[in-house]
Write a new protein. Sequence first.
Length: 438
Amino acid sequence: MKTGLVLEGGAMRGMFTAGVLDVFMESGIRFDGAIGVSAGAAFGVNYKTGQIGRAIRYNMRFCKDSRYCGLWALLRDGNIYSTDFCYGEVPLKHDPFDFEAFRCNPMPFYLVATDVETGEAVYHEYRGRDDYGFDWIRASSSMPLVSQMVEIEGRKLLDGGISDSLPLRYFESIGYKRNVVILTQPPMYEKKENGLLFAVRLMYRKYPALVRAMEERHLRYNEALRDIEEKERRGEILVIRPEAPLPVSRVEKNPERLRAAYNAGRQMACKRLSELRDFMEIKEVQEPYRAMQGVYWRKVNTALPWETKEEDYEYWFVFEHGCIHHNIYSRFLHCSAVPKDAEPIVFDDDALNCRKLHHSFRGVSLRGIYDDEDGAFLLHFSNGGIIQMSFTGDSDMSHFYRDIFFYTPEYIAVEIEDGLEPDYYQQFFVERLRVPVY
């Protein structure tokens, strides 16, 4: 029985969804497929890439920026969320979307848009960079009246919430029978008729099917919501929703309100996590960093933050349910898959050869990541071993390199026998700060 994840939209109410999904990723919760509508699509794609925290991060950073959203963006290019900045600069430059991780993750991700000519829902499996870039995401999220139509393959498209805000039935129809639905409205919510129908009829008078869909939207939404509530009552689906109305507007400019909605999602996900595992029949907690299977690396030929032009390395630590990516900015990121051009570090018995992985690390689990006094990082494993990410550079950073070392329990024991203080390594896991993996 395939498990599915259904994500409602709701503009910045989607921060609640982002909080739920981040907890899912941190907890190793995986689905066979996902579908998102509007903000559910825009923020939900981060679940497939494994980019924990990305949605709340860039929205808090840019919500007050006139280039990002608001009246000036609407006057400038006809979209209340700027096409060039929101779907160009932010995901390509300021907070890059990981297209490679999206491509490598086999989980299908569907989204919903609305065909302006017919008023009907368009269900599309989004495939990433080569699938019209971010245009499908933009189409699914283009709110009527304040967004331009997005044309793809001859179709004029707008927000998927117009035609199918809650696409549970569609997902069931294509084989997803055990579904988790994330809503952004509290219990007992009922959608009212759109108060701006006069403007809809005027602006879209050339598209009568779209106008009719907007006139009937509240009826279809409420009927779909009653269906969801009945299936929830029968235990056929699991629904995660906020307990009270979220403190955000559709175009929220207050970062603290965005954070509050995001935290509400995190708290609700943590509260329902055990119930979710039971519903999905996860008999054993899927720790994302359990049973290490290998380490991969690749050279990066790009300018680094300190503006050197030397090559650098990035690494992937591969576990049973996910990977940790250590990038050139010295950040540890959760990801779903290793890029195809990354090379495995070969398993070998040479404990300190920085290009070989000692056999004793195979199958172990990660206990924590810590920093030392010199700015290097140490990964502590269940076998008592340590992997050290070492950094070396001169005072002006004109020469800089990083490397990776494997300290096995046997090696540490020999050093202790040779006079090293027994708590030399242990102190890193007691006195140093833990580095969050996100």
